[in-house]
Design a protein around this ligand. Structure first.
Ligand code: ZN
Ligand code: ZN
Length: 117
């Protein structure tokens, strides 16, 4: 499997104590971005206590084999047609939020984590 069409990820195999090595290195196909999504290459990712709770099984996960990490610095690889707010090579930060509305009073003041959307 070549480096160009696969990526490495540390997946939670079976949640449990760190002594039992609950993380496993996986090689996954590079995902296909959706029509409104960027494809990014992760350059660095913080690991916080929430991730450790997931790895150790203290927090239920939404799907098996989750890849911990939600404080990401990345480089843009592809930009969907028609978008001019990002360019290939841009450095971007990605938080744990999947989506916010961008227009509510919380979003407008930089408190997107409180967005009701
Ligand atoms: Zn966190
Ligand atoms: Zn909002």
């Amino acid at each position: 499997m070549g480096a160009r069409n696969s990526m490495r990820a540390w997946r939670v195999s079976t949640p449990g104590a760190l002594d039992g090595h609950p993380l496993e290195m996986a090689h996954e196909p590079i995902p296909e971005p959706g029509p409104d999504e960027l494809l990014v290459r992760v350059l660095a990712c913080g690991v916080c206590r929430t991730d450790l709770h997931v790895v150790e099984g203290d927090l239920a996960v939404h799907r098996a084999g989750v890849v911990p990490g939600h404080e990401i610095v990345a480089e843009v690889r592809t930009v969907p047609a028609g978008r001019d707010d990002f360019a290939i090579g841009d450095r971007v930060g990605i938080p744990w939020l999947r989506h916010t509305c961008g227009v509510c009073r919380y979003c407008r003041r930089g408190a997107e984590n409180l967005c009701p959307d």
